[in-house]
Design a protein. Structure first.
Length: 336
């Protein structure tokens, strides 16, 4: 035996590399897998027809009119993607101080849901009830004297949620971080006979710079007055995020979401461990754009990092991921 090596006897008996020695072995011991069933595809909707309008800050992502969105969602469904999440870019003339268009039964978001559920009934439709696409100031709630008023906003989003469910939404996803909203939406949905409509709470939504490209996509970046620090969670706070999620669980959330994703994997893990609810991460616009931009410059292997980041969400305890890469991933997985 060659005694010149420094690896000691104990190490010699515990060689991690034995389980990594061949592809078949690595497949055998793989702990987590990404499948098409893990994907939720967020899409942007504009009024009109025949429109596919590329978003400059999100290469590969476009705003679509309802007809085009229906075609795209059909393709997503054929690829096996279980659900989509819709975000409207509504006309500036329809935006006002209170986001009143959110309470119009056939507004853009509800028309989209109805059209998708009619043409592609087997895909899940997740709608957001935050007011930011509808307000003239870009905030998620009603702004009065410089303050985002909690309870009045909750009353309004409950009514909006019921209308979204009336239009056919399968899951309501409140992203505006008002206190008490999950319980209020649950009661509102139940009172309207929507017991089977679920709630995916954006339980831990952080006040993040990663949302930049999204705000361009729905044209709120130029509107936003101030910041969202009085209702989103500080990136510094993990325990507070768990406490906030606990309230949503008590109030009846069916699923929890962590947003943004990659910089918050510890929070994904903590809330999955704490509550055991189906837990999702939102790989948000800025995360997508970083990967795209670096890949377009030839600085990283974009496809590889797309797959790696999504798999890491699974390792961190997530049951699925909202990602703008959903179609690319589904196509790649279908090829095998
Ligand atoms: C707001 C909302 C945001 C996103 C979706 N809904 C954040 C914000 O603008 O503050 C971000 C999604 C993304 O960045 O991909 N209710």
């Amino acid at each position: 035996m060659d005694k010149t090596h420094l690896v000691d006897e104990i190490t010699g008996h515990r060689r991690m590399r034995r389980n990594r020695k061949a592809d078949w072995m690595r497949r055998l011991v793989q702990e987590n897998r990404l499948t098409v069933d893990d994907l939720i595809w967020p899409i942007f909707i504009v009024p009109g027809s025949g429109i596919v309008d590329p978003i400059a800050a999100m290469p590969g992502v476009s705003r679509m009119s309802i007809d085009k969105a229906v075609e795209a969602v059909k393709e997503a469904s054929d690829l096996g993607i279980p659900a989509i999440a819709t975000f409207p870019d509504i006309e500036m003339e329809l935006r006002d101080e209170t986001g009143s268009n959110s309470l119009v039964a056939n507004n853009l978001i509800n028309q989209t849901t109805a059209a998708i559920k009619k043409a592609v009934p087997n895909i899940g439709v997740i709608t957001d009830v935050a007011l930011d696409p509808f307000t003239s100031h870009g905030h998620d709630g009603i702004l009065r004297d410089g303050v985002i008023v909690n309870d009045e906003t909750v009353d309004q989003i409950v009514r909006a949620a019921v209308m979204q469910a009336d239009a056919g939404a399968d899951i309501i996803a409140p992203s505006e971080m008002m206190d008490g909203r999950v319980g209020a939406i649950r009661r509102g949905l139940d009172a309207a006979g929507h017991q089977n409509v679920g709630i995916m709470s954006y339980a831990t939504k952080f006040s993040s710079g990663f949302y930049g490209p999204y705000r361009e996509a729905i044209n709120t970046s130029g509107l936003l007055k101030g910041d969202k620090n009085s209702y989103y969670i500080s990136p510094a706070n993990g325990t507070e995020a768990v406490r906030d999620a606990a309230l949503d669980v008590e109030e009846g959330a069916d699923m929890l979401m962590v947003k943004p994703g990659l910089a918050y994997l510890d929070v994904c893990w903590r809330i999955k461990e704490a509550f055991g609810l189906p837990t999702f991460a939102y790989q948000v616009s800025g995360e997508y754009t970083q990967i795209k931009a670096a890949a377009m410059n030839g600085w990283i292997d974009g496809e590889r990092i797309m797959m790696e980041t999504l798999l890491c969400f699974k390792r961190a305890g997530c049951d699925g991921i909202l990602t703008y890469f959903a179609m690319d991933v589904a196509k790649k997985l279908a090829k095998g």
